[in-house]
Write a protein that binds this ligand. Sequence first.
Ligand code: NAD
Length: 320
Amino acid sequence: KQRTVLLATEKAFAAGAVTKIESVVKAANYTLKKLENYKGKDDLLAAVEGADAMIIRSDIVDAAVLEKANQLKIVVRAGAGYDNIDLKACESKGVVAMNTPGQNANAVAELVFGMMIVSARNNFDGTSGFELVNREIAFYGFGAVARAVHKLAQGFGMKSFAYDPYIPADKIKEMGAEPVSSVAGLFEHQYVSLHVPLTDETKASINKALLSKMPKGGTLINTARVEVVHEADMLEVLSTRSDFCYLCDVAPKDIEPFKAAVGDKFGKRLIFTKKKMGAQTAEANDNAGVAAANQIVGFFEKGFEARHLEVSLADGCLEG
Ligand code: NAD
């Protein structure tokens, strides 16, 4: 059967990645339909009709989209996390949901270090900064991205700590990080880096009680999801502690009070990207896009159900 794969990306992939996706799809004798840089949900609703498979990025696939997608069998998020896919609606329509774990991990890890260095060197304003060597970084969640950050941290001569209830402590130790037994335990270290998926449990979980425990120069790095941090609490901590830093891949929803709170030091203590940038590298686009296309072909041709959504929800490790 001639299958149609819809590439629906509100924020387009790098052109090179699209070419690579197209060649995987063509080699399987499928048709690639592109809906890139679309402007509104209506465009997506119109495009999904007749598609057998979908490749998306942060695009929202909810009940309304699934309702229109009369042929859809599989949706693959080229990236980490499932928080933009309505998994319950997928399940009730018999649509398989997958993501491409780990494909953008290095890209995100390099961004983490980019932001840490800009912060430690006072955004290159000529004043004396500090070095990362011998400093401590603690990971909330120790999946693909956290491990990639940990690897770079080892190169920088930093000491790593990690809390992840789904990974046995001795495995964390084996990987060269010190296991931590509670979320609160992470906040004893200068840097805390968030790498958990956005779930009911993690949403707004980084609050004042935790942030207030951080030592002098405490720095929260958030390349997970902006919603994991309790925004009002973060604003309060930034306003009351002039030593505190927040480094975030995408700005808090209401950025203006944050800018006002850090005043003219903006750019050292508060670093954020204008759009989500973690996975925005040529390499990560290629890796995630091609993996998504291969997963779709594998699913139809070989019956690969590599990771059905129920499995991924149950094992906890893939969600993200
Ligand atoms: P992953 O699935 O490899 O790792 C997530 C880890 O979190 C797993 O090890 C899991 O066991 C752990 N975890 C789940 N719930 C937890 C909890 N309540 N407490 C502690 N640990 C928990 O995913 P990843 O590729 O490392 O990505 C992590 C998150 O980062 C994603 O969910 C996504 O939201 C975000 N992300 C953002 C970007 C970006 O562009 N900024 C790119 C990739 C990933």
